[in-house]
Design a protein. Structure first.
Length: 715
């Protein structure tokens, strides 16, 4: 009797007359059939991405890298990640190859914690990993837009059209054309954030909160300095819309869920955010705030950028655009399809929340890029900090995502209404099929075919135009490797090199990083605040390059000695440069004349990985102070023969007091904020994984077994 009641208890949730095994098999088959079209669409996205940029981005020649923009500068951080992870087995927290060192932990342009960037670098190295991450990012752009379109009601080939059009859009092509690597890594995740937050606010589970937080973290870990503000505004619009459309009784719950997404995101990002406390105080950008915001345009002019495909449009200053790069081509069809939205809103009541939300998000982004004009200009005057964000027309890249989904909804509504209008209508045809004669061709087939053809032609046009604009099969500067390898063999010690002096050889920088040579004149739009004090006229001493590579027409420093010539580039030795590590009288370090090369004692010094400097030697005389010409920054620690010792900075460079005799001085960069942030991030990640496990099918099954045992039911 007990067994019978147990079986009945298990069967009571199943439909009458269907056994559990049959029901399970039925639902499994149904789900497989349901996901089959989706899988086909994902494969199409992958195939188009490969045809679009795979030839360039999946070329595993380590000397092949596009040269149409700032690709060489952007390659430095993937190369730094390669050096740290693959060569030394450590996370690079310090960048020893830019200027006299720069904190990588605490650098806003730091995409190390973004797995799409770092995992390919770990597998394929800096240059090839960077290219693979670009290919993956384009695929993610399509997949994220597909999900965004699906969540907001697009189906079938309208959803696929929206996904492909965003992946092929001119804004993403622009970012890669100009070499803005971290901006492209982050831009592709905006549709994921839009979709996941909207989805999470409509559900009751915790898994959706975790997924939304992960998407937010994927944007912010890319190091796009503007993206935190962009994302905050966009997600605030979505959250406000969700609250507005919700029942009054549900609003508090949705608000709590939005706060939970924010809290999980901050916890996951702690390893990146906490070191920024020091970075914000102690680092600076070279560019000044853009008070004029010349990239801003009125909304009507901004929309014009989406339909111009002439190559000259990139830098043309017309339509109230004073500067910046304008390439956002998506063709005419999306803008034309927007005219169908008012009609769709009036007829399709179940789509009104989605249509309204997308429209508001799109208009907010358009108004924001038009920040020189009413009403956003008043916000900028009220919050002057916003003027630090240059190129407001970049917002058109993000705006294209809701624009395309809106256009897809308009086209989808047109098809639905056309099908209803043409029901039962046929076009007369006079064609025989064997013994049968067709009575007519359904009008809806003609409608489907025409609409599908128009959408396919729009994709073909955007694909053709933007592929030629975005990708170029080019190579790194071979001369840079020849010259710097020669120099490294000639002088294997640690020293600073200047590539081009004031006219920086940007295309030589990847070679410098790969050969682990500090480039003192490389400053990619950021520097330490202390550099200004170090190089004041009254400063007693400062770091300078030992070698200079310059073109023959550039001015030569005093006492420079020509060492070699490399096809239009001269290599000069600068004998007056101080050694990277030396001992000197402490009084001399403070005097106006300062130490000179002839009155200091050089010491053996080397970088043992990005985060560690090792100095060996003895003082030139009793009481001398050690100076290492590497910038001082919170997080440096000193070990003398393995024992902790106090730092003694000199002119904001690393230093220490030297006991008599020969010793080993090890300077280690390990900021406490990084350690604390890493602990918080790992705890948050563990909590998120626990949530996913508990709410996964496996977790539900284990919970069901425990409940069964509690109720006395057999497993």
């Amino acid at each position: 009797m007990h067994m019978t009641s147990s079986i009945l208890a298990r069967l009571k949730n199943w439909p009458s007359g269907i056994k559990p095994a049959v029901q399970t098999r039925f639902w499994t088959q149904w789900r497989q059939k349901r996901w089959l079209p989706c899988a086909a669409e994902w494969l199409i996205i992958l195939a188009v991405a490969y045809l679009y940029g795979g030839q360039v981005t999946l070329n595993f020649d380590g000397q092949q890298l596009q040269q149409t923009g700032e690709h060489n500068e952007s390659a430095t951080l993937p190369l730094l990640a390669e050096i740290g992870l693959r060569r030394y087995g450590e996370i690079p927290l310090w960048n020893p190859y830019m200027l006299t060192g720069f904190p990588h932990a605490g650098d806003l342009i730091n995409h190390f914690w973004n797995p799409v960037s770092t995992i390919p670098v770990l597998i394929w190295g800096g240059i090839n990993g960077m290219k693979v991450s670009i290919f993956v990012s384009f695929v993610l752009a399509g997949m994220g837009q597909w999900l965004f379109a699906h969540i907001f009601g697009l189906r079938s080939w309208f959803r696929l059209w929206a996904a492909l059009l965003f992946m092929l859009s001119g804004g993403l092509a622009l970012l890669w054309r100009l070499g803005w690597y971290e901006l492209l890594l982050g831009a592709v995740w905006f549709p994921w954030c839009f979709a996941s937050l909207w989805w999470a606010l409509k559900r009751k589970d915790r898994t959706s909160l975790v997924l939304a937080a992960v998407c937010v973290a994927m944007v912010l870990t890319t190091g796009g300095g503007y993206y935190p503000v962009y994302l905050f505004v966009c997600l605030s619009v979505l959250a406000a819309a969700a609250l507005l459309w919700a029942r009054r009784s549900e609003r508090w719950s949705k608000l709590r869920r939005a706060a939970a997404v924010a809290a999980l995101s901050l916890g996951l990002l702690a390893v990146m955010l906490l070191p920024l406390v020091d970075g914000y105080r102690l680092t600076a950008r070279d560019t000044l705030p853009d008070q004029q915001q010349l990239g801003s345009q009125p909304i009507a002019y901004a929309l014009f950028n989406y339909v111009v495909s002439a190559p000259e449009w990139l830098n043309v200053d017309v339509l109230s655009k004073g500067s910046g790069w304008s390439w956002f081509y998506i063709g005419f069809l999306p803008l034309a399809a927007l005219t169908l939205i008012p009609l769709a809103y009036s007829r399709a009541r179940w789509h009104r929340p989605a249509l309204s939300t997308l429209a508001v998000l799109f208009v907010v982004l358009l108004a924001w890029q038009a920040n020189r004009y009413f009403p956003v200009r008043f916000l900028y005057d009220w919050i002057p900090f916003l003027y630090t964000f240059r190129f407001p027309n970049r917002l058109l890249i993000i705006a294209s995502s809701p624009l395309i989904v809106l256009a897809g909804l308009g086209l989808q509504y047109f098809m639905v209404e056309g099908r209803r209008w043409s029901r039962g209508w046929r076009l007369a045809v006079a064609q025989k099929y064997g013994d049968r004669q067709a009575s007519g061709l359904p009008v809806r087939w003609v409608l489907y075919g025409a609409l599908l053809l128009i959408m396919a032609l729009s994709l073909r046009d955007v694909y053709r135009v933007n592929k030629g604009f975005a990708f170029a099969d080019q190579r790194l500067n071979a001369k840079s490797y020849t010259a710097l390898k020669w120099l490294k063999q000639y002088d294997p010690d640690l020293y600073y090199t200047s590539l081009g002096g004031d006219a920086v050889f940007w295309d030589w920088v990847p070679a410098g990083y790969e050969l682990e040579m500090p480039i003192i004149n490389f400053r990619y739009n950021r520097r330490l605040v202390s550099m200004a004090d170090q190089r004041r006229p009254e400063s007693p001493f400062f770091a300078s390059p030992k070698y200079l590579l310059a073109r023959p027409d550039q001015p030569k420093p005093e006492n420079a000695e020509l060492l070699n010539h490399f096809d239009g580039v001269d290599l000069w030795f600068l004998p007056d440069a101080l050694p990277v590590a030396f001992s000197a009288d402490p009084g001399l370090l403070l005097s106006s004349g300062g130490p000179k090369k002839e009155n200091v004692s050089p010491l053996a010094v080397r970088y043992d990985g990005p985060n560690q400097i090792v100095v060996q030697g003895e003082p030139g005389q009793v009481g001398d102070q050690l100076v290492v010409l590497v910038s001082n920054y919170p997080g440096w620690r000193l070990l003398v023969d393995g024992q902790p010792a106090p730092l003694q900075p000199a002119n904001d460079y690393l230093g220490a007091m030297m006991p008599g005799g020969e010793h080993t001085y090890t300077f280690v960069f390990r900021p406490s904020k990084h350690v604390i942030g890493l602990a918080i991030s790992l705890l948050t990640l563990a909590a998120m994984l626990a949530i996913l496990l508990v709410e996964s099918p496996l977790g539900a099954r284990l919970a069901g077994r425990r409940a069964g045992r509690t109720n006395g039911l057999p497993d």
